[in-house]
Design a binder for this molecule. Sequence first.
Ligand SMILES: *Cc1c(COP(=O)(O)O)cnc(C)c1O
Length: 230
Amino acid sequence: MLKENLEFVENEIQEACRRAKRDSSEVTLIAVSKTKPVEALREAYDLGVRVFGENKVQELADKYEELPKDIHWHMIGHLQRNKVKYIIDKVDLIHSVDSIRLAEAIEKEAAKRNIEVNILIEVNVAGEESKFGVSPEELPKFVQEVAKFPHIRVQGLMTIAPFVENSEENRGIFESLRKLSVDIKEKKVDNITMRVLSMGMTNDYSVAVEEGATMVRVGTGIFGARDYSR
Ligand SMILES: *Cc1c(COP(=O)(O)O)cnc(C)c1O
């Protein structure tokens, strides 16, 4: 099942790249393994998956200990400042930086360890009240402030689009995120690159790729539905 799912998703990404005249090597598929047991991740690993996304600190740290060290872990969920220290040296990229206070906490822990930490700025493009993220209006100022932290490397932007029945409804959201990244790129701020656009989930990753996503975060489409009752 997992093998077929993975092949399906990889194929959809290639098709979307073809439609958008993009090279599929520009797009990284992040297998979102939250709530799934280590055995499921191992199965994906054996099929060649090396990039996993988790949204809880404890779960990420536990899986990190149990699985091979050549896995690239991505923190995609809301991160509390007091938990930064548990994952900072385990993840390739933190997708969900949504406040200056969180960036400060990351800077402090990174400085202690003398490491550089790659992050994305989470943008609440749709302006949904229930979602975390910097508003598009606040973003330019936010970028200027984060750029001052010497141990943080901003690699791009991330957004979580609303849940919609028809993925076309999110096309405008993805287009907006890409435009925001272009605006920032043009300002040429030190310490900031905009090489990553993390957008698109199971329901809308094809549209996101057409609109320029360089990372898509797919959970259900690879591992099947999540069971939160356990
Ligand atoms: C759970 C999650 C995903 C994956 O969602 P699916 O719809 O299962 O693909 C992607 N991004 C974030 C931030 C998530 O929390």
